[in-house]
Design a protein around this ligand. Sequence first.
Ligand code: PLP
Length: 428
Amino acid sequence: MTTSQQQFERASRRIPGGVNSPVRAFKGMGQAPVFMKRAQGPYLFDVEERRYIDYVGSWGPMITGHADPDVLEAVRSRVDDGLSFGTPTVLESDMADLICEIMPSIEMVRMVSSGTEATMSAVRLARGYTGRDRIVKFEGNYHGHVDSLLVKAGSGALTHGQPSSPGIPASLAEHTITLSYNDIEGVRECFAEMGDSIAGVIVEPVAGNMNCIPPSPGFLETLREVCDDSGAVLIFDEVMTGFRVALGGAQAHYGITPDLTCLGKIVGGGMPVGAFGGRRDIMEQISPLGPVYQAGTLAGNPLAMAAGIALLDKIREPGFHQRLGERVEQLCEGLERHAREAGIGLITQRAGGMFGVFFTDQIRVENFAAATGCDADAFRRFFTAMLTHGVYMAPSPFEAGFMSSAHEQEHIEKTLEAARTVLTEMAG
Ligand code: PLP
């Protein structure tokens, strides 16, 4: 048996930073990442067979818990038929019908292999459809590592965006405008100044990549209104929120209809899947029907479709999301109670099956500036201590937490017990 530390040293010799996606590296958490071997229900098991109650859920997909027997069976039952054909399959139509039924704003849908591909394609489509170049996004929202979307604000809100990674040409980033999340006035000003040159607005309807920040009342409504007035395409990035905040995603929860929706995570049941879809007249611009090019060798992969369909079928059960939301509420209220008793400034924010824990004395966290103003060191100490108590939270103060239906009363109670001990220790 080897330890995670040994595995991390080995991985770091051949894999940049020892990981295949940066957040897994536990950067800023002051320790090597834990290498997992298997997972079951609410639990992860590491290479040393230690067990953790998991609130990451593979960053979202595992909404019914790990190794869901129905999802596994759906994959098993297909595997002997072959892994990929590169031809249309009936399963792809089954998936398309299911998505369009669950999210009525989606009249046509194209499957891809990741959330990044979904947002990249949706942005290209918005530009192709409108014949405009500018894209509006929000600070602290993450839409995958798409060049046009890895852009931070310029020095003034309405100046040209600047690349937030080397390798992104400034000449591309300048078409991206980055505004502050939940800033209704900022949105109105931007559209008043340049609305007729904006191809689209892309937004996480609940922000889950700067911890968990729900939209303020009127924010999503304003986005809908300015897009209607200017002819820009409203893109909801529901890669994280889709099927999680409610069955029909944040758009159902908040009652706002986007023009395009990006999906990922749950839609693939744990397999590499994304999707983008929406208004028929816009989607008809996609090749081979229209001129906007988009393609994928493994898009609509049969095993991935089988896994995703099995999971979506399962979470359509009436009451599923209400129960999930109640568990999130119980966890969040318990964390706040224990923090209050320990005299530690901690608030939680939540939407359906996702939540965020902020170490702060603020009453509410509404945007990136407020999220980065929270106590990152307190979070690190909380995270590390919870891990030693067998609770695996997201290893960053800027990531949302995810609950699954496999988290039952006993798991939540165990988590809260650990939190009480940890918060009391932190206060002392
Ligand atoms: N959009 C959102 C809101 C996300 O949270 C993510 C990933 O976490 C993505 C897009 C990118 O998805 P993927 O990592 O599958 O490329």
